[in-house]
Design a protein around this ligand. Structure first.
Ligand SMILES: [Zn+2]
Length: 338
């Protein structure tokens, strides 16, 4: 039997988030175009030096140790000066990046995370990985210059079809050329499926579930997909996403973020058979060495200041010597409001 990781309230916030983004896409696209007209293009960044994968804290000679041999992964989606429940402003994002430096966190890139999660290679104390989902162009326009200023690397999980076949009425997505430019500065790009970032009916009455994680109802045939049909659909989609990423960007880390965080063992098995090495959920928690299905902390929420982010991350501080181990490092907390 396939072990399900069901679509529960845990994923509901992300679903609402993504659905709202889709609903406001035409409006947001218009707003974005207006910004395009009113603002100058981002300054050329092509002459800058490549970013370091790991960055020391310049302001504090001895960084505090919050935790060791663990990695926290942050999750963002969209960045825009006009904040809403699913969007944070460039200044808020910059404030959060400043806070990571100030707080003694060490941002590592996806390449280092792979070595840690797959092979158990060491990471610096207080290691943090920055990820974005959905591949919005705002990553290029707003996040990339800020990340470069901080010498931070980040990974964006792109919906590959949204780049291959852009929808003029949707929020703009990254182009391959933008990704190629950013790749040279240490940014990485993973899969958020080719075209399975949507909800689909899973029975005749139209119950909706994430299309990656469930056999769907075939209306023409009046039945649900067989296990074989489901597996073939998932395999074809994930394989096409990897093929396009490889063809356009060259060798990238083989990593997949589950849309809405929903997945099951079949998806992971198929992903592994295609060479995908790391998988990303939306469940909040620590990540240990040699664990390849990783949890993430949603930091892309407009209530979260830089100091608020530090407060959130401090929940994961290891207990001081003498504190009982039951307050240890392998717990899961409820996330911030999304
Ligand atoms: Zn998504």
């Amino acid at each position: 039997m396939r072990k399900e990781y069901p679509f529960t309230h845990r994923y509901a916030a992300v679903l609402v988030f993504c659905t709202l983004l889709l609903l406001i896409s035409p409006v947001a696209a218009a707003v974005f175009r207006q910004h395009e007209r009113s603002l100058s293009m981002p300054p050329s960044l092509s002459t800058a030096q490549p970013v370091e994968q790991t960055t020391a804290t310049p302001s504090s000679p001895v960084a505090p140790r919050h935790y060791r041999d663990r990695v926290l992964v942050l999750m963002y989606h969209h960045i825009d000066p006009r904040e809403d429940p699913m969007t944070i402003s460039p200044s808020r994002f910059s404030d959060q990046m400043d806070a990571l430096q100030r707080g003694g966190y060490h941002v590592i890139g996806m390449d280092k995370l792979l070595d840690f999660a797959v092979d158990g290679e060491p990471v610096p104390d207080n290691a943090v990985v920055i990820t974005f989902d959905d591949g919005y162009e705002s990553f290029y326009r707003y996040a990339y210059p800020i990340l470069k200023n901080h010498h931070f690397s980040a990974t964006n999980f792109i919906i590959v079809k949204a780049t291959d076949s852009p929808d003029p009425n949707a929020l703009p997505h990254l182009t391959w050329a933008e990704m190629r430019q950013m790749r040279e500065d240490g940014m990485r790009f993973g899969s958020h499926t080719y075209d399975l970032h949507h909800m689909a009916a899973v029975n005749a009455s139209g119950l909706l579930q994430p299309a990656l994680a469930h056999p769907i109802f075939l209306r023409g045939k009046g039945r649900v997909e067989t296990e074989r049909e489901y597996e073939e659909r998932v395999r074809n989609d994930l394989a096409l996403a990897q093929e396009r990423l490889d063809a356009e960007l060259g060798k990238q880390p083989r990593v997949l973020a589950f849309p809405y965080g929903a997945y099951n063992d079949t998806v992971v098995e198929i992903g592994r058979s295609l060479g995908i090495q790391l998988f990303f959920t939306v469940k909040e928690g620590f990540n240990r060495p040699k664990h390849t299905v990783l949890d993430r902390i949603n930091a892309g929420t407009p209530t979260l200041t830089g100091d608020g982010l530090l407060d959130l991350l401090h929940r994961y501080d290891e207990p001081s010597p003498g504190v009982p181990a039951s307050a240890g490092s392998d717990f899961v907390r409820a996330g911030p409001p999304m």
